[in-house]
Design a protein around this ligand. Structure first.
Ligand code: SAM
Length: 224
């Protein structure tokens, strides 16, 4: 699997042989121990598009409401949401196509003896696997990549279908075609919020739009 860019990892501080807390800084920012995890506000202005603390608050409310037995995060990055699930004693899985992220997640998992599974794969390969019985799937800020960058879906119905078949509930964060990054990776295609919403109607029995951290990155909570 070819990775198009280096993982956005600033530092992983394990703190020596008796360090209880691992400090993770990069695209996601958090501190984790054997039994606790704490999301942090973006420590620098380098990444204005994401704040792990704000997003975590939003996620935790939905996560607690659904109370999944099996949870999977697609595009799991530095593993924050997967470790949060695992510390809450939920069977939690993280998926990423970038081996750097998967390796770091596995090192944090080993360090703190956390129960979680990390898979190095992409949507097209995961779709072919018999791995469909999740209660909650999160797809945060990654769908625009799959449309025409790290994968070549270019068909919104097929893309949404490949997620819909995996889980009873799917929570998307969707960068629209007006979002800076959404636009950058999809401008030569027909990718649009209208197309996404019509695919949700085709693939799910119910969905609702929820405001996100910016106007152009709304969330969609969808039920099979
Ligand atoms: C913009 S980051 C979002 C990270 C995380 N979901 C969040 O919101 O905090 C996109 C993530 O998706 C991963 N990714 C991109 N294309 C992917 C693909 N085709 N299959 C699996 N993961 C992918 C990247 O490696 C990265 O970790």
């Amino acid at each position: 699997m070819t990775t198009l860019e280096r993982a956005d990892i600033e530092s992983i501080e394990f703190g020596g042989h008796n360090g209880d807390i691992t400090r993770v800084r990069g695209y996601q920012n958090y501190n984790v121990s054997d039994s606790h995890i704490k999301a942090l506000e973006n420590p620098t202005a380098l990444r204005p598009w994401v704040d792990t603390e704000v997003k975590s608050k939003f996620f935790t409310d939905i996560f607690n409401d659904i109370s999944p037995k099996r949870y999977v995060d697609f595009g799991c990055n530095l593993g924050y949401y997967v470790f949060l699930g695992s510390i809450a004693n939920v069977d939690s899985v993280g998926i990423d196509y970038n081996l750097e992220y998967i390796s770091v997640c596995n090192a944090i998992k080993a360090r703190h003896k956390l129960k979680a599974t990390f898979k190095h794969t992409n949507l097209e390969n995961w779709h072919a696997e018999d791995d469909n019985s999740y209660d909650l799937l999160t797809v945060f800020n990654v769908i625009h990549h799959l449309y025409n960058r790290t994968e070549q879906y270019k068909n919104m119905d097929r893309l949404v279908h490949d997620f819909a078949m995996k889980s009873a509930t799917v929570l998307f964060e969707f960068p629209t075609e007006r979002d800076k990054k959404g636009h950058k990776w999809t401008m030569d295609t027909d990718y649009s919020q209208d197309l996404f919403e019509s695919s949700l109607t085709n693939q799910f029995s119910m969905w609702k739009k929820i405001p996100g951290q910016t106007e152009e990155r709304p969330y969609y909570l969808c039920n099979a």
